[in-house]
Design a protein around this ligand. Structure first.
Ligand code: COA
Length: 415
């Protein structure tokens, strides 16, 4: 079976996390992703957070599956010529260098257009145009600048960043969508274009509900589903909401059996209005179903703390999996807090290819997250990440270089 992006060639100038997440997705959809790295060193993540000496780290291997690696010194005059040949052959150039690095290398948008007018140039940057556009940005900088940190955590504590890499992987996802959209438009116009995904913008897009709440707060001075209501105070900006739900159905994280020793013996419980009567029955508070102080969502809002404390008395008598089973029988929405260990061992995730075991020549077997997006006509086969420069000769030959020329370029230090 073919792949959705068969025939699309990506010149992958990405490093660290944000850009590589994007090009890995494109590779999983069938694009030929040629990762250009600096000779001798490569993507800095190859050596970051290593668990085995001198072996590509999990950080690198888990972000660079299904790609080919070529090493080119793009500041060497002859290295630049090789890069020009690649630009002429590829459909998309993806990069996430610090602002201006591609220009300093001599590859401005205008120059790239001269070489290949169909080329799509896709970039991740920390910020879009504005006061911070020249700043270097990493994951947590984006989480802080995009509104995630100020709205995450508890009211009486400092801002908190999330474990989900919404700044890096989140922006990589945004960029991938921009690239396939530009490829689609190119089928009509025949032209390439620039695609920019700024990390601040990507995080803010994922924090859309918090900008919604900012405006609600400004209009009404209070947000009744937040834990600050009714006893706390609201300031001028959206406060940290603890574990409250971002939607219209109140929710909270509750202890389950074993919470004293297991840090993940918890369940997320949503008091969804249509199943309120069932919730009352399950927890043994049948009287709340008709009591006017509890029977309607509006009546419950000032009493959420007391209500969740009562529900927790019930969840503490069950393990998170027992609670999940019972509650789902009644369509009561809930979610067990799963540890990474539990997720890694979950058979259904292995079966769907969301968790995959990959073999690597120097590392051996390891687990990775496979393609979370499943296409029925373009199945994903996850293959290992490339060793540094593993495909230099192969790609050079495809560009038309003879073995003698390749050897001369290597001696000159261009590749
Ligand atoms: N051959 C020769 N030089 C190369 C090269 C190659 N194959 N590949 C990269 N370089 C050079 C670049 O041209 C640049 O040189 P210059 O500074 O002289 O112009 C240099 O390597 C370093 O690139 P840079 O992107 O500045 O790396 P950094 O380690 O200093 O910064 C980031 C890292 C992530 C902070 C920065 O790249 C950035 O802000 N990127 C955009 C936002 C982003 O993606 N952040 C998330 C990372 S997960």
């Amino acid at each position: 079976m073919g792949k959705a992006l068969d025939g699309v060639r990506i010149l992958d100038f990405t490093h660290v996390q944000s850009g590589p997440t994007c090009t890995q997705l494109l590779a999983w959809f069938g694009a030929d992703v040629i990762k250009v790295e600096r000779a001798g060193a490569g993507d800095i993540t190859r050596e970051q957070l290593r668990d085995i000496p001198d072996v590509d780290s999990l950080y690198f291997t888990m972000l660079n599956h299904n790609k080919r690696s070529v090493t080119i010194d793009t500041k060497h005059p002859e290295g630049k010529q090789v890069l020009e040949a690649l630009i002429q052959k590829c459909d998309v150039l993806v990069e996430n260098f610090a602002p201006g690095a591609l220009d300093r290398m001599g590859f401005t948008w205008e120059r790239i257009q001269e070489l290949n007018p169909r080329m799509i140039v896709a970039s991740v940057k920390g910020f879009g145009p504005g006061p911070y556009e020249d700043c270097k940005v990493y994951e947590n900088v984006a989480q802080c600048a995009g509104g995630a940190a100020s709205t995450t955590g508890f009211d009486d504590g400092p801002p908190v960043v999330t474990g989900a890499q919404i700044g890096d992987s989140g922006t990589g996802l945004h960029l991938a969508l921009g690239i396939v959209t530009a490829l689609y438009q190119r089928t009509q116009t025949g032209r390439g274009q620039r695609v920019l995904a700024a990390m601040q913008d990507g995080v803010l897009n994922l924090c859309r509900v918090k900008l919604r709440d900012q405006q609600r707060l400004e209009r009404t001075g209070v947000m009744k589903e937040y834990p600050q209501y009714p006893n706390g105070t609201f300031g001028e900006a959206v406060p940290r909401a603890g574990n409250a739900s971002g939607g219209g159905q109140p929710g909270w994280i509750l202890k389950c059996k074993g919470w004293e020793t297991d840090p993940n013996a918890y369940i997320y419980f949503i008091t969804q209005a249509p199943v309120w009567v069932k919730i009352c029955n399950v927890i043994g508070k049948e009287e709340w179903a008709t009591d006017p102080d509890y029977a309607t969502p509006a009546a419950r809002l000032p009493r959420l703390k007391e209500i969740f404390a009562e529900i927790e008395r019930w969840t503490m008598t069950k393990t998170k999996f027992e609670a999940m089973q019972i509650l789902n029988k009644y369509d009561i929405p809930c979610g067990p807090i799963l540890s990474m260990k539990e997720i890694a061992e979950e058979p259904s995730l292995r079966k769907t290819g969301t968790i995959v075991e990959v073999d690597h020549p120097t590392r051996g077997k390891y687990l990775t997250v496979g393609n979370p997006i499943k296409l029925s006509d373009s199945p994903t086969e996850v293959t290992r990440s490339p060793l540094l420069g593993e495909h230099t000769d192969e790609v050079m030959a495809e560009l038309g270089y003879s073995p003698e020329q390749i050897s001369a370029l290597r001696t000159a230090g261009a590749i």
